[in-house]
Design a protein around this ligand. Structure first.
Ligand code: PEP
Ligand code: MG
Length: 328
């Protein structure tokens, strides 16, 4: 099975009817880079930076971060790398096991995490932004902000980034002046208003892990409600469709970097919805590529997008099966 998949490694990713698709990998640790460059990814669509902050007494300094980001972009041979600013939460710690916030919170997923935490710790945030900017002198880097829910957060984050650029200018330090900035869409409110955000960023990326959690009100790490975690829930699919439409309307790329992007069962549906940029665990790349390269979009069932209107899960599964078995 693995060896039959390996023939896809050197093939370009495109559907039978000729639509080019971008396949990117998610990275969590520096050692992932070897796996990724071996898997035929066209770049890194999500570089999670949390590892740099965890299990240590103090947050990483600029130089240490610069070295980490430079390693990844150089290790990827100048393919694009999208670095996400720290997505630490109230439940994760950076300070010798002490929570970042002293407050006792009952709903950490709804609390001071991701961009909210970045903005509440501007010193720590600026250190990271400077390191990312400096690394951009060594390859193609993009910056991505997690869990954006308001325009104000986006404006604040962009202002801090501009300040860091000015500082580097004054210090005579090189960086990519046209570095692209994107926002993750992983809160239902942001998917509904994706158009609003699309006007102010270079790209959007859908984080389905959180989008599903927040849309269906189920804790993504609570096994008791695991059975309700459903990427095919019509509400989830409609939010994804809204985000894709917003990108199209404003001519910016929209990628998907949650687990859903790496599940071959959903690949054809996502293609039919208009997704062109997939980012996933490196182990999933070739299987998804096989599905893409064996799909003729014009031969998908005419009612494919009706999945977005079906409330009954059994009916949904049937239609997904038809879509996945359609002749190719
Ligand atoms: C997501 O939420 O889908 C995502 C990609 O980010 P993370 O899993 O790191 O929260
Ligand atoms: Mg997320």
């Amino acid at each position: 099975h693995i060896s039959s998949l390996s023939r896809y490694k050197s093939q370009p990713t495109k559907t039978r009817d000729g639509k080019a698709i971008t396949l990117l990998a998610n990275a969590e640790l520096p050692e992932d880079i070897t796996t990724i460059s071996n898997a035929g990814a066209q770049g890194i669509g999500l570089y999670r930076t949390e590892f740099l902050y965890m299990n240590r007494l103090s947050p990483p300094e600029e130089e240490e971060q610069l070295a980490a980001y430079r390693d990844v972009v150089e290790g990827m041979n100048n393919q694009p790398v999208t670095i996400r600013t720290f997505d630490l939460g109230a439940d994760k710690t950076v300070d010798g096991g002490r929570p970042l916030s002293q407050a006792v919170v009952t709903n950490p997923a709804l609390g001071l995490r991701a961009i909210r935490l970045c903005l509440s710790q501007p010193g720590m945030f600026r250190t990271q932004l400077r390191a990312i900017l400096r690394a951009s002198a060594f390859g193609k880097i993009k910056i991505m902000f997690p869990m954006i829910s308001t325009m104000n957060e986006l404006v604040q984050a962009r202002n801090l980034l501009e300040q860091c650029k000015l500082e580097l200018d004054n210090e005579g330090i090189a960086y990519d002046r046209s570095i692209e900035v994107g926002a993750m869409i992983e809160i239902p409110a942001s998917a509904v208003c994706a158009e609003m955000f699309a006007r102010h960023v270079d790209f959007l990326s859908i984080g389905t892990n959180d989008l599903i959690q927040y849309t269906l009100a189920i804790d993504r790490i609570d096994d008791h409600v695991n059975y309700l975690y459903d990427p095919l829930h019509p509400a989830v699919l409609r939010l994804i469709q809204m985000t894709l439409n917003a990108g199209k309307k404003h001519s910016i790329p929209v990628s998907m970097c949650g687990e859903m992007a790496g599940d071959p069962r959903y690949t054809r549906l996502l293609l039919a919805m208009g997704l062109e940029h997939f980012s996933m665990h490196p182990n999933a790349l070739l299987e998804v590529k096989q599905v893409i390269n064996e799909t003729d979009l014009s031969l998908l069932p005419a009612n494919t997008l009706e999945v977005l209107d079906i409330a009954d899960a059994v009916e949904t599964d049937l239609l997904i099966e038809q879509i996945n078995e359609a002749v190719h």
